[in-house]
Ligand binder design. Structure first.
Ligand code: HEM
Length: 180
């Protein structure tokens, strides 16, 4: 994944727990990079190791860390670093979700080696829809839940997210019922 992802993990840890905690997590993860370069590519394994080490060091389950990271990504990294791109995503939560399938097409113009997630929307109702999430990467379901909660906070819209189908239990993708 592009270095910006690892940088964002770093930013989340440091802003809540300080530099020493981050250095301990990197040490535990066996990561030797002094800094991550946003637009350079790194093996996915590094990101997974950082999340695993953060879970051990902070004694917080990895799914909770991924959830928090999803919120942090939207509310800090994306909103502050990519404001205009986020604004183009939609003017409110349902609009943003409906535009999500095309979102990373724009990201890929900036980062051509992106291996993006794929999203689809179905069953649009007045106050809910079903969001389908496809990826080759394992274990990121709680990250996506955190991302959606982050979008809810960004639009100041109370949101409920229910995982209806799960890649972990044999489906080929995750399906979330998102209600607002
Ligand atoms: C301007 C804002 C955004 C940027 C710059 C961005 C960029 C990226 C980058 C660089 C990756 C790593 C993939 C790679 O390097 O190959 C990624 C992954 C991902 N992004 Fe975004 N993203 C943004 C917003 C969003 C939003 C709003 C969502 C959903 C609500 C989202 C969902 C995901 C997911 C789920 C992944 C994990 C990859 C996977 O599932 O395989 N992103 N994004």
């Amino acid at each position: 994944m592009y270095g910006m992802v690892n940088r964002s993990v770093e930013d989340m840890v440091k802003s809540a727990h300080g530099e020493a905690m981050w250095l301990e997590i990197k040490r535990r993860a066996g990561v030797t990079e002094d800094i991550f370069i946003s637009n350079a590519g790194y093996p996915d394994e590094i990101t997974y190791k950082l999340v695993g080490a953060a879970s051990e060091v902070m004694q917080i389950p990895a799914d909770k860390i991924l959830h928090a990271f999803g919120e942090h990504w939207v509310l800090n990294t994306a909103r502050k670093g990519y404001g205009p791109m986020m604004a183009m995503g939609g003017a409110n939560l349902p609009q943003f979700l409906e535009n999500l399938p095309a979102f990373h097409d724009r990201v890929a113009l900036l980062y051509p080696n992106l291996i993006p997630p794929r999203f689809a929307v179905s069953d649009r109702a007045e106050r809910s829809l079903r969001l389908h999430y496809y990826t080759e990467r394992p274990g990121l379901t709680p990250f996506v839940e955190g991302l959606i909660h982050g979008l809810g906070k960004m639009f100041e819209t109370a949101v409920q997210v229910t995982l209806q189908e799960n890649r972990g239990t044999g489906h080929d993708h995750d399906v979330f019922l998102v209600a607002w």
